[in-house]
Ligand binder design. Sequence first.
Ligand SMILES: [Zn+2]
Length: 277
Amino acid sequence: MFDHDSVDRRISDIAFYASELVNEGLLEGLNTPEYESCTSDDFDWLGVHGNEIANNFFKSFKKHYTHFKTYHGARPENVGSYLKHGLIGQDAENLHSRFRALFSDCSPNNIDQAVENRNKGAPQESGSVFFTTDKECLTGRGFSGRLVFGSEYFIALGVRLSKLDSAAYNYRDRIKSIGIPTIFEIHLPFELLSNNEIKYTSNQLLAAWGNRAFFPEDYIEFRSAHRINCTLPPQFIVNHWHPSSMVDPDIISETITNEMTTCDYCKKGNETIKDGK
Ligand SMILES: [Zn+2]
């Protein structure tokens, strides 16, 4: 499995599966001073056969690794249902019925109108599930909304409903009151991803190898995000935990403390996981 946690280690691993392609000999033959860095979208820095080397490196990468270690942030009402059924992409009907239940004191006509207004011209993301290789970003600026509010779709509906129905004025607090902030660790199998998505990481790794040798000051960790358009089967969920704090998506300088750090499905005793550690 490929994890992004240590680029140094991942570069050292290259010796086990692609040493005939990427090695000291190749380094010595390169004339990189004319470049500012080793890029991952153009392999001219690897010489005239750069793109061919990158393509062959990708083939070796794909033979050696079968999964990416990734993370998914959510706010499930029932963690067990995720562990049993897997991660199911956005299911509009299910979201609508949960939304109706949460705002059962509002007029059904207003809820219908809010749904209709939301769907006018909005992109349909039905069935997609998103993953990141950077677990820190899920509690940070930009992404913590998924842990705090669950579905962004709920917020979009809440905004519209509150304009139509004064009873929904506190929609943000209501949405925050359901579910438990959860980060799932997923071993995402390559067979659910396109070749392009996998090659993106293989290219980044090859560029990191070049940068470590020639431009160590520019040599950085790299991360990626992935999207699948099907349900992620439950056997690929290997762990989960409930972060104890996250950035407030409404006021990014503030942190929200989460008191719900365990659920019925958390591992017990010494195996209890806190904040992914
Ligand atoms: Zn749990």
